[in-house]
Design a binder for this molecule. Structure first.
Ligand SMILES: [Zn+2]
Length: 286
């Protein structure tokens, strides 16, 4: 059997760098506690260190890799972290660790996905809109700008911007930073290389969008549209993004509860959004 592990994991060993072929021998099996399925174990011929192929996989050092898929599903179905721990019979810390792990994997897969889009010459139509939400308390307002590919509805990019609070309590608590003017232009600049020449970007009528798009997406064709307010059957030029945002509101419903926002941070929200992107774009997270 071929060991996919290229070197001996022991840093002091001669086989830690550029080992010869067959520097190891087979040495029985290891049975992980979560499923008791045997995993082949190998031993370095020089130092005697035992190791397994799983140590180079993304799930290395996880005690419950079997929970990953369930946690992803539940996290994007409005289930709080606390409830997930109850449903799955694991510790809250396990849920927290796994959400962070899944978010980092989602980010990695998204980079691969965007690379493939770039190799395929990019897209000719994107939509952008912002979702208003908050961190832990209603006065701590943030905006989540999302860029979608209009044809497929896949998420191309998102970010989180702070908004100066419109509520007296927010002002009193010092939630007065507004960095939309930094966050959104950065998002647009990063999008540049994924657009076909003369691509269209559709947004709503926000007053700042025209100048940001002119400056940071030169050459793009900006269309400011309005969704029909009265007639629900009328054609909605922003359907794709409104639809996505409606789903997102549903999936992130638990954000308003203390249970999800135990971290109470923008980073916690960012992790959750990465999981949502992986779900929406159907990334094979494990
Ligand atoms: Zn060794």
């Amino acid at each position: 059997m071929r060991n996919p592990r290229p070197v001996c994991p022991n840093p002091e060993c001669v086989n830690h760098r550029n080992p010869p072929a067959r520097f190891y021998r087979k040495n029985g099996y290891r049975r992980p506690k979560h499923n008791h399925q045997p995993i082949p174990r190998y031993q370095c011929r020089a130092c005697g260190k035992n190791f397994c192929a799983t140590q180079v996989k993304p799930i290395r050092q996880q005690h419950r890799p079997d929970l990953n898929a369930r946690i992803l599903e539940l996290a994007v179905s409005g289930v709080s972290m606390r409830r997930m721990a109850v449903l799955l019979g694991c510790a809250q810390q396990t849920v927290q660790d796994k959400v962070e792990y899944l978010a980092s994997e989602a980010k990695r897969l998204h980079q691969e996905h965007m690379e493939n889009l770039w190799l395929a010459d990019g897209t000719s139509h994107v939509m952008m809109d912002e979702l208003e939400t908050f961190i832990h308390a209603r006065w701590a307002q943030v905006s989540v700008p999302v860029l979608l590919r209009a044809k497929t509805g896949e998420v191309l990019a998102f970010s989180i911007a702070r908004r100066s609070s419109t509520m007296p309590k927010g002002q009193a608590n010092g939630w007065t930073t507004d960095n939309r003017h930094k966050v959104i232009p950065k998002l647009l600049t990063n999008l540049q290389s994924y657009l076909k020449p003369g691509a269209t970007i559709t947004t709503d009528g926000d007053a700042s969008y025209p100048k940001w798009i002119r400056r940071h997406l030169p050459g793009a064709n900006h269309k400011a549209e309005h969704s029909p307010k009265k007639d629900p059957a009328a054609y909605d030029p922003l359907f794709q993004i409104n639809h996505t945002h409606a789903k997102m509101r549903n999936d992130l419903a638990r954000l308003s509860r203390k249970t999800w926002t135990t971290s109470k941070t923008i980073e916690g929200l960012r992790c959750h959004l990465w999981l949502w992107v992986a779900w929406t774009n159907k990334y094979p997270l494990r």
